[in-house]
Ligand binder design. Sequence first.
Ligand SMILES: [Zn+2]
Length: 132
Amino acid sequence: MIFKQKKVERQVSLKKDALDGILSYCKMKHPNECILILKGKSKNRHIVIDSLVIPPFSETGPTFAGFPSSFLPLDFSYVGIVHSHPAGSAEPSLEDLNNFFGLVSLIVKSPYEDEDVFAWDREGNSVKLTII
Ligand SMILES: [Zn+2]
């Protein structure tokens, strides 16, 4: 007997309201990076992001954005983080992957329009992103 393992592709859905919030926050913080926590739910490898949280004690500059995750309450509705790349591509840097938080990482590149948002998993693989 052959068992075929069905591979369920990971995917991310982002609510339009949350997308608009992310884009305007990125534009406001430009030329510095910005960072936000993504709230939502995850079921069967499908992550739905519906709201945003500004992390406490966040530090940002032109090439970094971070926050001490030890200050975060343990909250299972936190599915990941989004941060901006004011210059360059939307590919995650080695540092981004080392500081991965949650299930998914969104990166927004300048000029922060709808098509400038990309989703990545912990290994740095591209994840399908749909705006809902
Ligand atoms: Zn980055």
